[in-house]
Design a binder for this molecule. Structure first.
Ligand SMILES: *Cc1c(COP(=O)(O)O)cnc(C)c1O
Length: 219
């Protein structure tokens, strides 16, 4: 299948599950994850009308997105990978949405940069739903307090929660936990679901799915 056909297939599948779950088609956004693929592969997806993209490394994104954004208006770029505070300035300059806020140090660095650069970004707090040692994200038990601090003290525009469930488990309970935590925080947006499980994520209420290989091919 060509990349255009794979994008169409993913879009159709999203619409199909959304409808089955009794949700409006437009209630689930597709974040096309273009990490490791270069501008030549990304441009055809932009040409199909896709506008929301995800990258997991600041430096890699800096190498391709300024030119792509220059060429096409209305691109919305999401940072979906871990962020170091020394990269906060670059991240705020390039990205529109940062999905991986998970500790106070980075939240403060982002708040500082937003005011310095006079930019209004949108943010998600990443939750480590599986409490995995090696994985980024805040402990589920600390999520409500952390979100409250980000919103009320740092004035970050936190719009939702994001998670990456453990690779070797059925993701349903993780998606359910994220949805429950979001309700507890009064947040409506849920970024969850990747190529292998985005349909399940939509059943559990995802408002945003992050799909890479099902569109761009294997990395
Ligand atoms: C790479 C990545 C994805 C996309 O994964 P696929 O399995 O290729 O769809 C989604 N979310 C995050 C955080 C990623 O790093």
């Amino acid at each position: 299948m060509e990349i255009e056909a794979r994008l169409e297939d993913v879009t159709q599948r999203i619409a199909g599950v959304a409808e089955k779950a009794g949700r409006e088609t437009g209630s689930v956004n597709l974040v096309a994850v273009s990490k490791t693929f270069d501008a030549d592969m990304i441009q055809p997806v932009i040409d199909c009308g896709q506008r929301i993209f995800g990258e997991n490394r600041v430096q890699e994104a800096q190498g391709k997105w300024p030119a792509l954004k220059e060429k096409t208006g209305g691109i919305e770029l999401h940072l979906i990978g871990p962020l170091q505070s020394n990269k906060a300035a670059d991240a705020v300059a390039l990205f529109d949405v940062i999905e991986t806020v998970d500790r106070e140090k980075i939240a403060r660095a982002l708040a500082d940069e937003c005011s310095k650069q006079a930019k209004a970004l949108r943010f998600y707090v990443q939750v480590n739903t599986g409490m995995e040692q090696q994985k980024a994200g805040i402990d589920p038990r600390e999520t409500v307090a952390f979100v409250t601090m980000c919103r009320d003290v740092l004035k970050l525009n936190v719009e939702g929660l994001m998670c990456i469930p453990p690779a070797d488990e059925y993701p349903g309970p993780h998606f359910a936990l994220l949805a429950k935590l979001a309700r507890g925080c009064g947040l409506e947006k849920l970024s969850m679901g990747m190529s292998g499980d985005f349909e399940t994520a939509i059943e559990f209420g995802a408002t945003s799915v992050r799909v890479g290989s099902a569109i761009f091919g294997t990395r």
